[in-house]
Design a protein around this ligand. Structure first.
Ligand SMILES: [Zn+2]
Length: 187
């Protein structure tokens, strides 16, 4: 009888013991991952998955990104936060900074012609003050370095800057400093 009971226990352990060990093990892994993710909150996100290329060749920065101080807007005659980088180059061609899909192409008097491109990892690049003959349309697939249009002075809110590209980079819907991702200052 005793032997029978023991073998019954062994059978039960064989059936469920391994299973519960596996459960405990996977629970531990899940907990570790959860803790790791939590401890990463607020730290800079790695962008190793996506490498950006410059939106213009041989461009100079006309007006830089700044989220900690106001900059004077000569065109609108007012102080404002400039969460973008204005670039100017003799060659006005503008290129997609990464592979992506054209999310929108629009034109309004304040910003001129504007192209929005969706990339991987929650990045969106926005190209404002483009000439009206934009080379892409909504839904188009673009590759890194593909020409999408030309910088111009179509944005009346920055017309005093002359022909330039007003370049904005968004990560998960929020403006980020493009200088953290692109070598804009050294070309
Ligand atoms: Zn600008």
């Amino acid at each position: 009888m005793e032997i029978k009971q023991e073998s019954k226990f062994k059978k039960l352990f064989k059936r469920y013991g391994v299973l519960s060990l596996a459960c405990v093990f996977s629970l531990a892994i899940a907990l570790t991952i959860a803790l790791c993710v939590k401890s990463n909150e607020g730290k800079p996100v790695s962008t190793d998955n996506i490498k950006f290329e410059l939106p213009m060749n041989n461009a100079v920065v006309v007006k830089d990104y700044a989220d900690d101080h106001l900059q004077f807007n000569e065109s609108l005659k007012r102080w404002e936060i400039h969460l973008s980088v204005d670039l100017s180059s003799e060659n006005s061609e503008v290129f997609s900074v990464a592979d992506g899909i054209i999310a929108s192409v629009s034109t309004d008097s304040l910003n001129g012609s504007v192209v929005k491109i969706e990339h991987a990892d929650g990045f969106v690049s926005v190209y404002s003050s483009l000439a009206e003959d934009v080379k892409v349309k909504e839904g188009d697939k673009v590759t890194k370095g593909q020409a999408i249009g030309n910088a111009s002075d179509t944005a009346t809110n920055e017309s005093k800057n002359g022909s330039h590209l007003h370049f904005t980079l968004l990560k998960n819907g929020l403006e980020v400093d493009p200088n953290n991702y692109l070598d804009l200052q050294n070309k």
